[in-house]
Design a protein around this ligand. Structure first.
Ligand SMILES: [Zn+2]
Length: 323
C-alpha cells in the first residue's frame, strides 16, 4: 500500500521552507554556461556528470541538484537523466560535445521527478529514443507543468522556461540491449523509490547508473516509493557487485554505498515498526526513529528535512505489513 502525495503539495512545502533561507531578489534565468558540468570518466566511454549540490533546487544551485551520466558507444550516445530544466539539458549537451561529436540516440529517464528529465527537449533535434517506466511517463505527462513552475519558484527564476519532452519508449520489464557495441541492461525497480523507476546496469564495465534508488551522502526521499521493495532491490543491486555506483543524489561511490543505504532504510522501517508495536501514532514515532537512526544520519545530510514525511508515508506500509 502506498501513500500518494500530489506533487504540487510536496513542492509547495519545499518552496515555503526555502523562503526562510533565501532572501535575494529574483535573478532571472540561468544560462547554460552557468552550470559547471565536468564529465568524469568512470570507465572507458562512461561518464558521470556530478552536481556538487546536496540540497533541494535553489537559487544557489540554480536548480541543479541531481546527477546525470552518459555512455559513448560506437553508434551514438546514451544519456541517463537530463536535469531540472531545458537550460540544464543544453549545458549537458555542451558537456557531451566536449567529449564526442556523436549524436545522442538514446535517453533513459530514471523516473518522473522533474529534476531528472526536464532537460530532454535540449536533445530533440537528434530525435532520440527516450525510455522510461510507463507509470513514470503517465506522471510526467500529468505533472510536467507543475514541476516547471515549482522549480522556477524554488530557484527564483533560475530554471527559466522548459518545453517538456516526454519519453517515447515505455520500458516495463528488464531488457538487455546492444547499443552501438555496449551491452546495456535496463532494470525497472518495482517502484522502490517512485513508480516506474529505471536503473541502467553496464555489465562490461560494472557501472551502475542508479538514479534515485541510490542516494550516497544525502538523505533519501522515500515519500513516493515502497521502502520494503527498496530494501529488497538493494539486495539485487549488491549481487551485481558494481565497481562504481552513480547515485541520483550524492557523490560517486563503490558498491559499499548499497548496504549502507539498505541499513538506513531497514533501520527506518524497524524503528517505525517499534512505534506501531507500541501503538504510537506516526508523529509520535518520529523521536523514536531519530534515536534509532542517530548513528546513521551523519552520513546522510538533510535527514531532519525529510524525517517527518519519511515516517508519515512509510508508517501505513509498516502497519499494513505488521497486521
Ligand atoms: Zn531526484
Amino acid at each position: 500500500m502506498r501513500t500518494w502525495k500530489p506533487v504540487g503539495v510536496v513542492l509547495a512545502g519545499l518552496a515555503m521552507a526555502l523562503v526562510f533561507v533565501t532572501s535575494s531578489p529574483a535573478g532571472g534565468p540561468a544560462a547554460p554556461e552557468d552550470y559547471e558540468m565536468q564529465p568524469e570518466v568512470v570507465a572507458p566511454g562512461v561518464y558521470a556528470v556530478m552536481t556538487p549540490a546536496r540540497d533541494f533546487p535553489s537559487r544557489e544551485n540554480l536548480g541543479w541538484n541531481a546527477n546525470m551520466a552518459f555512455v559513448v558507444t560506437g553508434e551514438g550516445v546514451l544519456v541517463f537523466d537530463t536535469g531540472s530544466s531545458e537550460t540544464m539539458g543544453v549545458a549537458l549537451r555542451a558537456a557531451i560535445r566536449e567529449v564526442t561529436d556523436q549524436p545522442v540516440r538514446w535517453i533513459v529517464n530514471s523516473h518522473s521527478h522533474g529534476d531528472h528529465w526536464l532537460g530532454n527537449h535540449a536533445f530533440a533535434e537528434d530525435d532520440p529514443e527516450i525510455m522510461a517506466g510507463p507509470e513514470a511517463i503517465e506522471r510526467m505527462e500529468a505533472e510536467a507543468e507543475t514541476w516547471v513552475e515549482n522549480f522556477r519558484e524554488m530557484t527564483e527564476g533560475a530554471t527559466g522556461d522548459t518545453t517538456p519532452l516526454l519519453p517515447n519508449t515505455p520500458v516495463d520489464e528488464r531488457v538487455t540491449r546492444d547499443l552501438g557495441g555496449k551491452e546495456v541492461v535496463i532494470v525497472p525497480s518495482g517502484g522502490a523509490h517512485s513508480p516506474g523507476d529505471l536503473i541502467v546496469w553496464l555489465p562490461q564495465t560494472k557501472i551502475l547508473l542508479a538514479g534515485d534508488v541510490v542516494y550516497s551522502d544525502r538523505a533519501p526521499s522515500v515519500w513516493d516509493g515502497d521502502v520494503a521493495r527498496w530494501i529488497e532491490l538493494l539486495d539485487e543491486l549488491i549481487a551485481l557487485e558494481p565497481d562504481v555506483v552513480v547515485p541520483g543524489h550524492g557523490r560517486l561511490e563503490g558498491a559499499e554505498t548499497l548496504p549502507r543505504l539498505q541499513n538506513y532504510l531497514a533501520t527506518l522501517w524497524d524503528a517505525i515498526e517499534e512505534g506501531v508495536d507500541q501503538g504510537l501514532p506516526d508523529y509520535e514515532t518520529v523521536p523514536l526513529v531519530r534515536e534509532r537512526m542517530a548513528d546513521i544520519i551523519e552520513d546522510y545530510p538533510g535527514f531532519e528535512d525529510k524525517i517527518d514525511r519519511s515516517v508519515a508515508t512509510t508508517y501505513p506500509d509498516v502497519e499494513a505489513a505488521v497486521f
